[in-house]
Design a protein around this ligand. Structure first.
Ligand code: GTP
Ligand code: MG
Length: 163
């Protein structure tokens, strides 16, 4: 299974998603430091909210196979820069959490994650588990490892380097 790096603001649902992917009951546990699990690397939301700490996200993401930007469906503002894919060293996916919230605006959040450059966007409810299996199946897909020659050939063709 590919390792998913979780990045998003405090309370976006990163730890809950980790618990849901592990098949555990979702229970609140504030993330105090970067934690590596078998399926995810869970980060404290403050890292994504603070310029000084955000640099650490870049370093820790090297231990992952895929970078996941998390944003809850009821989020009032967007934390992620457009075209953030340009500085990502791994394929980028988006995960919209809390799709069950009364103030959820999934199309708006989807637009933010598309602008960031996410190649796939998943919609989940961590509490009921809705959408989590689809994400799990995606992570279980057998991706072929990248070689320098493969990346350079795709760049020469103007394709994304992991296309
Ligand atoms: N309704 C609903 N609540 C959720 C969902 N996902 C998470 N929550 C709730 O949101 C709160 C924060 O969830 P966490 O998973 O701890 O958030 P986090 O992103 O890990 O937060 P930090 O560790 O502070 O960065 C908890 O009370 C969760 O129960 C969801 O899909 N739906
Ligand atoms: Mg957490």
């Amino acid at each position: 299974m590919q390792k998913l790096f979780l990045c998003g603001r405090t309370e976006a649902g990163k730890t809950s998603l980790t618990q849901a992917l592990k098949g555990e009951n979702v229970h609140y546990e504030k993330t105090q430091y970067v934690k590596t699990w078998d399926i995810t690397i869970d980060t404290p939301g403050e890292y994504a909210e603070t310029k000084r700490l955000a640099f650490a996200l870049g370093i820790f993401s090297f231990d992952s196979d895929i970078i996941g930007l998390l944003c809850s469906a009821d989020e009032p503002y967007n934390l992620f820069d457009p075209a953030i894919i340009g500085v990502a060293t791994r394929p980028l996916i988006g995960i919209i959490t809390k799709i069950d919230e009364p103030n959820a605006n999934v199309p708006m959040v989807r637009g933010w994650l598309e602008e960031a450059g996410c190649e796939r966007i998943f919609e989940v409810n961590n509490i009921t588990g809705e959408g989590v299996e689809e994400l799990r199946e995606y992570l279980e897909e057998d991706k072929k490892p990248l070689s320098l020659e493969y990346v350079m050939e795709n760049q020469r063709k103007g394709l994304k380097d992991w296309a």
